[in-house]
Design a binder for this molecule. Structure first.
Ligand SMILES: Cc1cc2nc3c(=O)[nH]c(=O)nc-3n(C[C@H](O)[C@H](O)[C@H](O)COP(=O)(O)O)c2cc1C
Length: 170
């Protein structure tokens, strides 16, 4: 495909992806004492045999270096009430300041997790591959914590919403 035809395709892809409703997560990890977090929607279950997840991380993000060095990570699935945390962890706050937003704890292995998220999926890093600007990291599930009712924060059409709002505005 020529370089000229890539731009319209990229624009069409972005328009199409606005129609893909995603649950919003915050990925967290650490590098010794230093903690990292980032809002993400490119997160999915990979397999239940073994229980595993994948996350797609931009190589320009601040949490890429610790992940590339092999850090374990947690996928924190946000509740509808946690939109502020999603905004903080996607740029409004930087670095350690992101951990002033919400109740952050550490697992026995030292991985930061967001207490009160709908779910915390604590993973051991078990593989990765690079593709374009991103790296896919595979996490072998180690522990799951659940909290509250099923009321996810969603991202749809370039905006945060909830399952109730998405259903009533359809
Ligand atoms: C709703 C939403 C979903 C996002 N999903 C991802 C994602 O899956 N992977 C990714 O690398 N960045 C994603 N981002 C972008 C990062 O959250 C953002 O670039 C963040 O500021 C990167 O962290 P840094 O500032 O510490 O480098 C998303 C942003 C938003 C608002």
């Amino acid at each position: 495909m020529s370089e000229l035809s890539i731009e319209p395709l990229r624009a069409d892809m972005m328009l199409a992806m606005r129609r893909l409703a995603r649950s919003v997560a915050v990925i967290s990890c650490c590098d010794g004492e230093r903690r990292y977090s980032m809002s993400a929607t490119a997160v999915d279950s990979l397999s239940t045999e073994p229980p595993s997840l994948l996350i797609c991380i931009n190589q320009s993000s601040s949490m890429y270096p610790p992940l590339a060095a092999g850090a374990d990570f947690c996928v924190n699935l946000l509740a509808a009430s946690q939109q502020d945390i999603a905004i903080d962890c996607s740029g409004r706050l930087k670095g350690e300041a992101r951990f002033t937003s919400g109740d952050w704890q550490r697992s026995e292995q030292g991985v930061p997790y967001l207490d009160g998220a709908q779910a915390n999926l604590l993973c051991t890093q078990d593989g990765r591959f690079d593709y374009g600007t991103h790296t896919v990291f595979i996490g072998k599930l180690r522990e799951v914590k659940l909290s509250g009712d099923i009321e996810p924060l969603l991202y749809l059409d370039g905006a945060y919403t909830t399952a109730t709002n998405a259903a009533t505005s359809a």
